[in-house]
Design a protein around this ligand. Sequence first.
Ligand code: 2M8
Length: 421
Amino acid sequence: MMLDASTTDARDEEARGILAQNDRGGYTIPTAGLYPYQWNWDSAFAAMGFAAVDIYRAWTELETLFTGQWANGMVPHILFHAADDGYFPGPDVWQGVGPIASSGISQPPVAATMARLILARNTEAGLPRLGRLYDRMVEWHRWFMDWRLDRGAVCITHPWEAGRDNAPDWDSAMAAITPDGVGAYTRRDTAHVDSAMRPTKYDYDRYLWLVQRGARLGWDEAAMLQGAPFRVADPTMTFILLRATRDLAAMGAMLGRDTSTLDGWIDTLERGAQTLWNPELGAYDSRDVVNAAWAGALSNASFLCWYAHVDKPEMAGRLEEVLRTVRYGVPSLAPSDARFDAKRYWRGPVWGMMNMLIGMGLTERGYGLGEDLRALTAEMIAEHGFAEYFDPLTGAPAGGGTFTWTAAVWLGWAAPNATGV
Ligand code: 2M8
């Protein structure tokens, strides 16, 4: 379907309005109410969206994110800049040990890739800003290489670290946890969003149990590694870190830096990505390191392979199969999987930013499916608005509304007028 100019213009305007409305001065919240703080990968997407409007504001978004970087290089997944009791768990539960109140885990490092896209829009304006961020980005990537690898693949230590919170990828690892002593708590997310679209209490008990363990150990990575109860090698992290490290190396070369360390990391991560190939599933999958089990999940993260410039001929066929069963792009889980749930968060819905990363990769690798995915995402947003995520069968909006990364994806990639990717 071709989008008409008036619909496109109206959505452009709306998307710019959402970024402005969620801007808290130097950083952007994902959406008011449900997520009132700065989230790591949301912010990187926001920066990419801002670049279509104001290139300087785009760099500021990334700079604010890195003000939360810890001494060990980690960049937290949430920065609690200003107290807000609409979100749980807050800073008192996390007890982060960085320069500003934060969580104690990270999130998929899309920042270097988004920085490279922003830089390409205006290199002259961007180079000095990048020059100040570059070493911090390298230190963050080094932290992943030091603390998160298993056979070269990147592991998560908490479902929230992958950003795909309740994906079936973590089911075996979550089942092995007995969340004793977690205590009473009040969730805030289900006050904002229908609980059928959110993780269950079973999930939340385990999420909190893992947070409490980290806080008790002062978020000391060496201490947390001993007897680690949750460690899953994940395609989201592995493909995204591999891609981001390539982009960081390319930017390092532009700045005249020695990138040999980054080149070594790229080799390691390329080998690591191959350890995520599950021959039984015939696709990239998550690998539970503690319990030595495959997830058996054909997810949207499986299809990030092209984004990391990792080609496997079977994957295009797998993607076509999945796309035939849905309306609007890559669902977070293949509908043929018995665990598929069209509205429940990372167990079925379509996410605009995942469509973007997959689509970028496909286009870069010469697959026409990349443009198809862009057009489908544009239609989905034009018809159903700027929701957090969408039912892949009907497009019905789900989760939070007026969502930053959906607006950013529209402005930077999906919209007919977008020129950012
Ligand atoms: C969701 O995760 C947060 C915890 O980090 C939550 O549900 O409370 C995920 O979709 C995550 O990927 C995203 O960054 C965050 C904010 O949009 O929300």
